[in-house]
Design a protein around this ligand. Structure first.
Ligand code: HEC
Length: 134
């Protein structure tokens, strides 16, 4: 009987760990709220990033390519020239609507930004780039 008790405790623990892992492994639940300091995103811009971009381009993202290309959570650590080039790339992918990647949108079409949201993001990146080049 004692052994059964121990077994139960162990399996309950395993299940708890498993659930925890599933929660933290869910990239779509990550948001810019994790960026406590540093780069400030306007509210509307933040909403689009959180909905459509942040999950891949942040610490918990699963693709190294995505993280190498852009990390919203590290933007305050980028130097000026890196920031300018990142803003330029953002403008480009947003204008061509190349992000989020098609593959992901096939699975989660509701995460595609609306035309207005794409515009919000592009305008913001243009403004940021202009500010940097002043
Ligand atoms: C499903 C994961 C995923 C999401 C969501 C996602 N990206 Fe990406 N992103 C990638 C990957 C992977 C790459 C690198 C490979 C490539 O360029 O396709 C990338 C590359 C980029 C690049 C660099 C492009 C270049 O020319 O090198 C930019 C800028 C970018 N993403 C912006 C965004 C923006 C803005 C959003 C939201 C509208 C977004 N991404 C959403 C996965 C993602």
């Amino acid at each position: 009987m004692k052994r059964l008790g121990i077994l139960l405790v162990i399996s309950a623990f395993t299940i708890a760990v498993f659930i925890q892992m599933n929660i933290t492994g869910n990239t779509t639940s990550a948001t810019t709220d994790e960026v406590k300091e540093g780069y400030k995103f306007p509210k509307k811009v933040k909403a689009v990033i959180d909905k459509s971009c942040y999950g891949c381009h942040s610490e918990k993202g699963k693709s190294d390519d995505a993280k190498e290309a852009l990390r919203w959570d590290l933007m305050d650590e980028y130097d000026k020239s890196k920031l300018v080039s990142v803003m330029d790339e953002i403008i480009e992918v947003v204008e061509k609507q190349e992000m989020p990647p098609k593959k992901m949108l096939e699975k989660k079409p509701d995460l595609k930004p609306s035309e207005k949201e794409y515009e919000t993001l592009a305008k913001w990146a243009e403004k940021e780039a202009d500010k940097l080049l002043d």
